[in-house]
Design a protein around this ligand. Structure first.
Ligand code: PTJ
Length: 253
């Protein structure tokens, strides 16, 4: 990995790039993962590279749903494993969720390497190696474990493709997504769409997990039942518009 100086104005963004590139070299991340990261970066620019009010609103409801779930599962792909293996393990710990590797560009080697990466970051058990159930999909994301994603009532699917998200919602699950693109099919389909950068979202969600675990069950139920995903998505788009207006005003001077 190229050493990025901490005082570089684009430190966080360059570090993320280095991590995804290193993930490809290690065989964890797919080559297509580089394109996905680039797409995410451009939406992050439009958002102003911050966790917006609507993102925090969605993250709070998402953490409440994970804590209250009977069988919460966090799905991990090659980008997540490269960018935030420690954070995804910490979120699973704080919410009591299982971890399951589920890949679009699936190879058994990648599944193995990602499981090892998560274990090296403190995970005790990671599902995904022995899929014994299938979602009704024609690509490899269909391969799931019966005690994991298949039977989960709440699933967190960061950096998802729309297909599986749609299928999981159809199966009656609460589907939480983290996707910087508020216009994606995934964001439009999910139950709780978090429009935020993966690394910022996970940091926020770990903190919220510690905080919300102390709350009464009724308070958590309220966070979920009063949550309005259409409102959150519409606000995310407005937040981009506001940011662009501010940038346009700044450019005039
Ligand atoms: O590891 P695999 O084989 O399962 O493949 C994973 C990728 C991500 C390559 C695969 O799922 C894919 O092609 O995804 P898409 O269709 O490119 O969608 C990824 C979405 O995540 C896009 O809408 C991006 O804007 C968004 N995104 C990319 N990087 C980030 C992000 N959202 C949040 N944080 C990011 N760092």
């Amino acid at each position: 990995m190229t050493e990025i100086p901490k005082d570089h104005p684009r430190y966080e963004s360059l570090l993320a790039r280095e991590k995804v590139a290193a993930g490809v070299k290690m065989g964890i991340t797919s080559i297509q993962g580089l394109i996905a990261q680039g797409r995410g970066e451009s939406f992050d620019y439009l958002l102003g590279e911050r966790s917006t009010k609507s993102a925090l609103y969605a993250e709070r409801a998402a953490v409440a749903a994970l804590i209250l779930a009977n069988n919460p599962v966090i799905s991990v792909n090659g980008n997540v494993a490269a960018l935030s293996p420690d954070k995804v393990v910490a979120l699973a710990d704080v919410t009591g969720a299982k971890l399951e590797v589920n890949l679009f560009h699936r190879t058994e080697t990648r599944v193995h390497l990602i499981i090892e990466q998560l274990k090296a970051n403190g995970a005790y058990e990671v599902l995904g190696k022995n899929p014994d159930a299938a979602l009704e999909l024609s690509h490899d994301r269909r391969l799931v474990e019966s005690r994991g994603i298949y039977s989960a009532d709440v699933v967190l699917v960061p950096l998802e493709d729309g297909d599986r998200c749609e299928k999981l919602v159809e199966m009656g699950k609460t589907v939480i997504t983290i996707d910087l693109n508020p216009l994606s099919r995934t964001s439009k389909t999910a139950t709780i769409s978090i429009v935020d950068n993966l690394t910022r979202a996970l940091d926020n969600m770990i903190k919220l997990g510690v905080e919300l675990k102390k709350e009464k069950k009724e308070e958590l139920v309220k966070l979920i039942t009063t949550y309005d995903n259409k409102r959150a998505l519409s606000e995310a788009i407005s937040e981009i518009q506001e940011h662009l207006r501010a940038m346009a005003a700044e450019a005039e001077y």
